[in-house]
Design a protein around this ligand. Structure first.
Ligand SMILES: [Mg+2]
Length: 299
């Protein structure tokens, strides 16, 4: 894993780097607290090993700043210090450190403590994954989608590049549930989800369950033509599943309708919900036109 080591004593920094590298981790270094803080803001480090006494921003100050920063992913912090005694230990823990290692650093002890850190970090990552995944379909859930949309919107606004959204709805799904039952309905949702995930798998794109029988695909940096091509591939992939649906008024099998919207956000446009509502309008049009089709929103 990526480990950031912050230490103002060059010899100690080298020593710690060699140790942590020998445990099989990717080491990044900062020779003062301010540099560590800057690196932290621009990268994600699951683990930081930090010296306590450093000029400007001390290890304890760094802990406090990190805990206040509310970044999404947790960073486990091990403080390293020659300061001993109960009072210092408690101050470090109160500042937000997870563990404390005394100087001189014993290699085996540091290794053991990093293994503890790894266990906690892995649990944290699994938990994070669970809160972002839809339990039935294993797709990203609504919460993950909302976060990704906000992030993508900000990126598109900054770089003045397009962001596209495909809104998807299973045709006559209520009829499907009413006639085949909710268990069959779940199986249908799983099958459709799997084929959407497989087809919409360009790196950086996100396929998510929006709710009920609605899905979304968020395309990073893609303009409307790319989004339209993908929408058509999704439509035909779902249709080709040939999941029997005798109660559909569109076909004898399960089909989807898709609405596409593509926007380059203006500088004053800070609400990405507009993209959802445009794609929704296009989806409504696709349904009105007879379903089992993809429509691009046009003003
Ligand atoms: Mg120091």
């Amino acid at each position: 894993m990526k480990v950031l080591i912050a230490e103002d004593d060059v010899h100690m920094l080298n020593l710690l780097s060699i140790m942590v590298q020998s445990f099989g981790h990717d080491v990044f270094t900062a020779d003062n607290g301010r540099e560590a803080w800057e690196l932290y803001q621009n990268h994600h480090f699951p683990l930081i090993v930090s010296d306590w006494l450093m000029p400007e921003i001390s290890g304890v100050d760094l802990c406090r700043k990190i805990r206040k920063s509310q970044k999404l992913n947790y960073t486990y912090i091990i403080l390293v210090s020659s300061l001993s005694g109960r009072k210092n230990y408690l101050e470090g823990m109160d500042a937000g450190a997870d563990d404390f290692v005394g100087k001189p650093v014993d290699k085996d002890e540091l290794h053991a403590r990093i293994r503890v850190a790894e266990r906690i970090i892995n649990l944290q990552m699994r938990l994070e994954e669970m809160t972002q995944t839809d339990g039935l379909t294993n797709l990203a859930n609504r919460r993950r989608f909302d976060e990704a949309l906000n992030e993508e919107w900000r990126r598109a606004r900054r770089t003045e590049t397009p962001v596209s959204l495909i809104m998807i709805d299973i045709d006559f799904f209520k009829h499907f549930n009413d006639n085949y039952g909710h268990l069959e309905g779940d199986i249908c949702l799983k099958k459709v989800s799997a084929v959407l995930a497989k087809t919409g798998n360009r790196p950086g794109d996100l396929v998510a369950r929006f709710g009920g029988e609605e899905f979304v695909v968020l395309l990073s940096g893609a303009a409307s033509d790319a989004a339209q091509m993908l929408a058509e591939r999704l439509r035909s992939a779902v249709s080709n599943l040939k999941v029997k649906h005798e109660y559909s008024e569109t076909a004898d099998h399960v089909t989807i309708s898709l609405g596409i919207a593509s926007v380059i956000p203006g500088h004053e446009q800070n609400n990405p919900q507009v993209l959802i509502s445009l794609a929704d309008t296009a989806l409504y049009q696709a349904k009105k036109n007879g379903r089992n089709q993809a429509i691009l929103f046009k003003e």
